[in-house]
Write a protein that binds this ligand. Structure first.
Ligand code: HEC
Ligand code: HEC
Ligand code: HEC
Ligand code: HEC
Length: 449
């Protein structure tokens, strides 16, 4: 009897296929494209609404989006071909940006213009076939995928005529997102740490997950013929590419030390910035390329404008956090095959403005935009969740400043990519668009001596 069972077991192909337990680099080429459903199949008649939301999120474009295409094909692939230390990124970038291609061994995939299945980017079936992750820390696409008729989700009782469903509590947890939102470079540097930042911050302790802020719950249905629920997880995933999400992330107030000052006298202004919106640092993720800077100006009663330079605090590496006339990103010479490349302007913003950033440094200690070529970091001067930072501006009023009320305004600006980098690499302008996060203004009276 036992023998017959064993025989049946071995003959049944469904039973013989064991669960996949591989994630990360080990999952390269273990499946075929056919194992994964196309997102338009999920979205044509059933998940119509989520499909429309998915089409608008960055994760449906992370292979096709111009800047991703440029960085991968112009920098990462040639770099991987020239430097053995970073050779792994030729395939590895796709582990997060085109996971179905990676798991099908189609790396590098055809360029976006070929309209191959790589263009599906992070599709429904990438997320909804995840059963776990390999190891203890989620990072470097170590999610474990088990494509098939079972779709994993957040509900215990879900019935679908199209497929089986199973509840996987991991999908409702930050660790799930961490599998792609934490990244370690070939040099062992945490070049993306959104989940780790969250874990160290106040929100994780309160049980607030990534999903609470990026997939808010709202009453409705999750499928055209599905049941009504009070708390359907919306697939918004709004982030840096959504100005509305970025705006107001930081609240700021500026106040003067003294209510009045005379020409030639010193005035001092304090700006307090408070991160009231993000569950991780701001900026997070692709922090090598995000710019967040504080610009303070004074306008006298005759309308003349003056630019105020931030006071130095004196911490190590502070020079990276104050916009200056310096060059950076010299390590692009290898992938671009440039000789005697001196680099390009580092910041592209007014000199003397405070930048809230963490500089990524290449193996030679120069600032880099190539996160895979990062060996160490400068000071982490980003604004943590619920953290407040204070900046001061000490300024000697010019002798010819107009007498009367003077307005002093602080503006916090944000940019996804420094303009000099965007111009140099030919990235579409909107990638370097400046978004005002917030502003506040105060007054002093300029008086005669
Ligand atoms: C980046 C990963 C990701 C992608 C891409 C994605 N989903 Fe989801 N989806 C999730 C997560 C995570 C949840 C559960 C959220 C929670 O529990 O807070 C979810 C929940 C759902 C649910 C159940 C919602 C509810 O509250 O009942 C459905 C149905 C669903 N997704 C379908 C889709 C479809 C269809 C697509 C493609 C058009 C898609 N998803 C794309 C991650 C994703
Ligand atoms: C399979 C990998 C993968 C998983 C899993 C994943 N992401 Fe992403 N996510 C990406 C990639 C790649 C991008 C970059 C898109 C781009 O090219 O700008 C991204 C971008 C984003 C953005 C940025 C949107 C913007 O406007 O710039 C948000 C927000 C986001 N993901 C949230 C989440 C959350 C929340 C989860 C978990 C529920 C999650 N992601 C799970 C790969 C993933
Ligand atoms: C308390 C709400 C909150 C929580 C929790 C939260 N986020 Fe965010 N997230 C935001 C806000 C607000 C922004 C927009 C500002 C910005 O770009 O950082 C954002 C931005 C992002 C971006 C875009 C960053 C960029 O520069 O492209 C990503 C990616 C992201 N979040 C992923 C995550 C992941 C992954 C988690 C969980 C580990 C998470 N978020 C938890 C509020 C939150
Ligand atoms: C571990 C997963 C992972 C790997 C590996 C990875 N990325 Fe990403 N990538 C992401 C996520 C997640 C984001 C979005 C981060 C954010 O917005 O905070 C992102 C963002 C980007 C962006 C920025 C898009 C923008 O919105 O400004 C580019 C360009 C990019 N990646 C290219 C690459 C290249 C090239 C490689 C290989 C060298 C690579 N990525 C490897 C997960 C990954």
């Amino acid at each position: 009897m036992k023998k017959i069972f064993l025989l049946l077991f071995l003959m049944n192909p469904i039973l013989v296929i064991s669960q996949n337990t591989k994630g990360g680099d080990d999952a390269k080429g273990i499946f075929k494209y056919e194992n994964f459903q196309k997102p338009d199949e999920c979205g044509s008649s059933c998940h119509v609404d989520f499909y429309a939301q998915w089409k608008q999120m960055m994760m449906s474009k992370c292979y096709t989006h111009e800047w991703d295409e440029i960085e991968y094909f112009k920098l990462a692939v040639p770099h991987a071909e020239k430097e053995t230390k970073v050779a792994g990124v030729k395939a590895g970038c796709n582990g997060c940006h085109a996971p179905v291609s990676f798991m099908s061994g189609d790396v590098p995939p055809p360029k976006p213009s070929f309209n191959s299945r790589a263009n599906e980017s992070v599709s429904c079936d990438v997320c909804h076939t995840v059963t776990g992750f390999a190891g203890d820390i989620p990072y470097n696409f170590n999610f474990i995928s088990n494509p098939g008729n079972i779709k994993y989700g957040n509900r215990k009782e879900a019935n679908s005529p199209a497929h089986e469903t199973s509840n996987n509590p991991l999908l409702s947890k930050a660790e799930f997102c961490g599998t792609c939102h934490n990244e370690k470079s070939p040099f062992g540097a945490w070049v993306k740490a959104t989940h780790l930042e969250w874990k160290d911050g106040p929100y994780s302790k309160e049980g607030v997950q990534c999903q609470n802020c990026h997939m808010p719950r709202s009453p409705g249905v999750s499928s055209a013929m599905g049941e009504h629920h009070e708390d359907v997880a919306q697939h918004l995933f709004h982030g840096a590419h959504d100005p509305g999400k970025v705006r107001g992330t930081i609240e700021l107030r500026i106040h003067p030390e003294m209510p009045d000052a005379a020409p030639g006298e010193q005035a001092k202004f304090t700006v307090v910035l408070f991160n009231q919106k993000t569950g991780h640092k701001f900026p997070t993720g692709s922090a090598e390329e995000r710019m967040l800077w504080l610009h303070v100006t004074a306008v006298d009663s005759k309308g003349k404008e003056y630019h105020l330079v931030v006071d130095k605090k004196g911490f190590p590496g502070e020079e990276y956090t104050i916009a200056a006339d310096v060059l950076a990103y010299q390590d692009m010479d290898v992938p671009l095959g440039l000789k005697d490349f001196k680099g390009i302007q580092r910041d592209g913003i007014p000199f003397g403005d405070r930048i809230f950033r963490m500089p990524y440094l290449d193996p030679q200690g120069r600032m880099t935009i190539q996160q895979w070529n990062t060996a160490s970091f400068g000071p982490d001067y980003r604004i943590g969740p619920r953290e407040a930072k204070t900046e001061t501006f000490t300024w000697v009023l010019p002798d010819d400043v107009a007498i009367g009320p003077m307005t002093v305004k602080a503006v916090l600006n944000y940019q996804k990519l420094p303009s000099p980098v965007a111009e140099f690499l030919g990235v579409p302008k909107d990638e370097a668009e400046i978004i005002e996060v917030n502003n506040h203004q105060t007054f002093i009276e300029v008086v005669d001596d």
